[in-house]
Ligand binder design. Sequence first.
Ligand code: ATP
Length: 190
Amino acid sequence: MKIGLFFGSFNPVHVGHLIIANHMATQTDLQKVWLVVSPQNPLKPKKTLARDYDRLHLARLGIGDNPLVEASNVEFTLPKPSYTIDTLAVLKEKYPQHEFALIMGGDNIASLHLWKNYEQILAGYDIYVYKRPDYELGALADHPRVKICEAPLLDISATYIRQCIKEGKSVRYLVPDAVLEYLESGKLYK
Ligand code: ATP
């Protein structure tokens, strides 16, 4: 199966992420999309980053019963910080039956040349890029492994959602209902 990996902190997951994931799983040759939840970087401030398993749980709640999208915790047990090339190697070994590809926004492809072993990533994996306004794609957009997609975009971010919650404002419709319920019942981001 060809699986697209969408990496992020998902702190929390929001409908912007889920629209991209579902678009890629239904409108490209990717058969499934995994949201790969990145663990806390021990060297970075943890103040606004919810615990790994809370973010994973929220991602699963947000996905709901969509059989085409899954959340993965594969990076939780890898040495930190986890580099994409290392995670890809682990996934390849763990799931030899699958073909993996990357999903990223236009902002990320523009700086891909700064990633660890980016040539190796490009040599071994297809990269599905969705355009984001205000970002030039850069030279790597012409690489044969890079597929540029037009996906519906929403101008929302997890930072904005955390800010709303902190200020007691509603995030209804910005996150799926199940995520909203969990956020409203708990202490996250308050
Ligand atoms: P934060 O505001 O905390 O930085 P975020 O909403 O940007 O979070 P991430 O967890 O960093 O979310 O997102 C994972 C990936 O999704 C990143 O590559 C990011 O560029 C992308 N992304 C985030 N928000 C959107 C959106 N509204 N539309 C499309 N892609 C998005």
